[in-house]
Design a protein around this ligand. Structure first.
Ligand SMILES: [Zn+2]
Length: 210
């Protein structure tokens, strides 16, 4: 199957063994390769689910992966549990794009499967979570994966369009600290050979590594 071949290329050595990951991005614009991992092994076989952040369009359905550890930054869960959104805010509102049902699921039925990490953490050789605090969210992290074509960065919502946000260095509109956002974008541009934003449909093509 073509999609599975692409997945094997993207995740290389890790798919050669039983070391399987679901690198969670968006339910809206998940790269083909990541969908293919799920299709190939099914929800039972996924061992790790890494959440870039907890906005409602990036963290749902964790309970559908019964054997997966769920990796998220502790500061992100804390921010999601008590967001400081003004109730009158036209977009985002009091919840600031966090869904209380997602938070409730994580802190109760899924609590024992949570890996609350703090800062930069190597999940496995060639698979790193990097915290970019106070950027798109207080505890947003990116996932860097070693591939045959260099470092692929799953950047969540820190970058939404590669050309606009990285090549022209114009930050996307939603951020907590503009200076930290600019530094994060510069760091991603420096580290990554392939950048995979989750709301950029070009990711569907850019994710075809190999
Ligand atoms: Zn977001």
């Amino acid at each position: 199957m073509q999609a599975v071949t692409q997945t094997t290329n993207l995740f290389g050595r890790r798919l050669a063994g039983s070391f399987l990951y679901a690198l969670t991005v968006s339910a809206v614009a998940m790269p083909v390769a990541i969908w293919a991992v799920g299709l190939a092994i099914g929800p039972q076989g996924l061992r790790e689910k890494i959440l870039t952040h907890l906005h409602y369009d990036h963290c749902g359905n964790c309970a559908q992966l019964p054997n997966a550890r769920i990796v998220v930054q502790r500061t992100e869960l804390m921010a999601a549990a008590a967001p400081m959104g003004p109730a009158a805010l036209a977009i985002g509102g009091k919840g600031l794009f966090y869904d209380r049902a997602d938070v409730a699921e994580l802190v109760d039925p899924l609590w024992d499967r949570l890996d609350l990490i703090e800062g930069d953490v190597e999940i496995a050789p060639g698979l790193d979570c990097v915290l970019y605090a106070d950027t798109h969210t207080p505890g947003h992290q990116c996932v860097y994966v070693e591939t045959e074509k260099g470092a692929a960065a799953i950047v969540g919502d820190i970058a939404r369009k590669v050309d606009l946000n990285l090549e022209q260095a114009i930050p996307p509109a939603i951020y907590y600290d503009l200076e930290k956002m600019r530094r994060a974008l510069a760091d991603i541009a420096r580290r990554a050979d392939v950048v995979l934003p989750t709301h950029d449909w070009d990711t569907m093509e850019r994710g075809r590594i190999g």
